[in-house]
Write a protein that binds this ligand. Structure first.
Ligand SMILES: NC(=O)c1ccc[n+]([C@@H]2O[C@H](COP(=O)([O-])OP(=O)(O)OC[C@H]3O[C@@H](n4cnc5c(N)ncnc54)[C@H](O)[C@@H]3O)[C@@H](O)[C@H]2O)c1
Length: 432
């Protein structure tokens, strides 16, 4: 049986490298579609947990794993890549301390695949990255063992469009863009992805597919920066930006709402645009929109800090020595992912100015040490007494499980960065 026949009959063995927020749901999705899936990860604890049928991601119930354990297994043993017919790479693509693309995860993965590469395998890169990665970085590493792309093996790029926690759109109904190094590669990629998603969008090259993902994320970063800037201006003018957006979005064409907040968070929007800025320098170009959006979005925690200082000052209090509760540290509503959360930049600014900072997040019981921060805090229990003791509560993440009216009733002062309090009490609630 050739690779295409194996895919069509779902006897192709699928390997997913990197069992994180992208790789794990994708692996489960292939297993649910009837494929035999092997997940590869360097994190032994994660692998052991998954093999016991335990999910470690809030929005992926363990039952989805346990009911497909006959079709899914996780391993740290990369020699098993040889057994795979299709290999999908979902490893991290962060920025270095100098805010340049950190390609070590893709490079390391490419090297282990190259060691195990055999004829008729399909390799797909899904990690978000700059245009040119698949052809310039991945391909030479894979061909280093003598096999030829398009003839001996197939290579495609297909960006992930996961929106964690979104109840309407999931892996199956989000169209999947695919670009191949050669025509044969593209055809094989279309064949693989059509077996798990409703619609595959073929594009003419891996570069177009890579650029598509970046356009989508840059579009979000720039539009969020725009509303963040307008929020500050409108506030000075006595205009509520939320009311303006809600009115503007009634226009049935030409306008898509974006909402202001305390700054950008998550693994994508604060990071991905800078993959393109970095690549643009190779062409002697500056990506001014990306830089400006980055500047505005990263200044938002300072704005929230200033609004908090002003609100306390109006009540005759200094930030120094005040008790401040941060409500929600996940980067967005109803998820348990706190990567790049603006909550941490705000907490750091508050602590440096002498505030006593506490936090509550139903999905993040304690704060792990990160490259930048080590708060050593656990989530405080929300009680009437505790809320009353706080000088200010800053709503960073508007989780739907919070009872906002109860929080409003028991708090002295609320800085609301998400418009979470529906019936604002002007004396108590500062929309920021
Ligand atoms: N999280 C999202 O919502 C999202 C959405 C779209 C695209 N992406 C992109 O997808 C990629 C993965 O993101 P994520 O959020 O799933 O990351 P993640 O950190 O949740 O998961 C990555 C996994 O890869 C593993 N890993 C690292 N190096 C490895 C190696 N050499 N071999 C095997 N496993 C390895 C890690 O242990 C981890 O489990 C990134 O490029 C990201 O930009 C993420």
């Amino acid at each position: 049986m050739n690779l295409k026949e194996k895919i069509t009959s779902k006897t192709a063995r699928v390997g997913i490298i990197g069992l994180g927020y992208v790789g794990l749901p994708l692996a489960i999705h292939f297993a649910e579609a009837g494929f035999f899936v092997t997940g590869f990860d360097i994190d032994r604890q994660k692998v052991e947990k998954l093999n016991r049928g335990e999910s470690y991601i809030k929005h992926i119930p363990s039952s989805r794993l346990t009911s497909h354990l006959s079709h899914f297994t996780a391993t740290t043993d990369t020699d098993r890549l040889k057994e795979m017919d299709a290999i999908i790479i979902c490893v991290p693509t962060p920025l270095t301390d100098k805010r340049e693309p950190d390609m070590q995860y893709i490079e390391n993965t490419a090297k282990v695949i190259a060691k195990n590469l055999r004829t008729s395998q399909l390799i797909s890169l899904e990690s978000t990255t700059y245009p040119g990665t698949t052809r310039e970085l991945l391909l030479p590493l894979l061909e280093s063992n003598g096999l030829k792309v398009g003839k001996d093996f197939y290579l495609v790029y297909s960006p992930e469009r996961e929106d964690p926690g979104n109840k309407k759109y999931n892996t199956k109904n989000i169209p999947k863009v695919v670009g191949g190094i050669t025509k044969a590669c593209l055809e094989m990629g279309i064949s693989l992805y059509s077996s798990i998603v409703k619609e595959v969008i073929p594009v003419s090259s891996t570069e177009v597919a890579e650029a598509t993902k970046l356009l989508e994320n840059i579009y979000r970063a720039v539009n969020i920066a725009l509303v963040n800037e307008l929020k500050i201006l409108f506030d000075c003018m006595g205009i509520d930006v939320w009311e303006v957006i809600n009115a503007a979005k009634t226009k049935p064409f030409g306008f898509k709402p974006f909402y202001p907040g305390p700054g950008l968070g998550g693994h994508c929007i604060p990071i991905d645009p800078f993959y393109l800025s970095w690549k643009a320098r190779e062409y002697g170009l500056n990506t001014k929109f990306i830089e400006l959006a980055g500047e505005i979005n990263t200044s938002m925690p300072h704005y929230i800090l200033q609004r908090t200082i002003d609100a306390l000052n109006d009540r005759g209090k200094a930030l120094k020595g005040s008790k401040i509760l941060i409500l929600g540290v996940a980067y967005k509503r109803d998820v348990d992912d706190d990567r790049e959360s603006p909550a941490y930049a705000i907490m750091d600014l508050l602590i440096k100015r002498g505030a006593n900072v506490f936090y509550n997040d139903p999905y993040i019981p304690y704060l792990k040490k990160s490259r930048k921060y080590d708060f050593g805090l656990t989530s405080s229990k929300l009680t009437e007494k505790f809320l009353k003791e706080m000088d200010a509560v800053i709503i960073i993440t508007d989780h739907s499980s919070y009872d906002y009216q109860w929080i409003l009733k028991n708090s002295n002062l609320i800085i609301d960065t998400r418009n979470a309090i529906n019936s604002p009490n002007k004396g108590k609630v500062i929309k920021a």
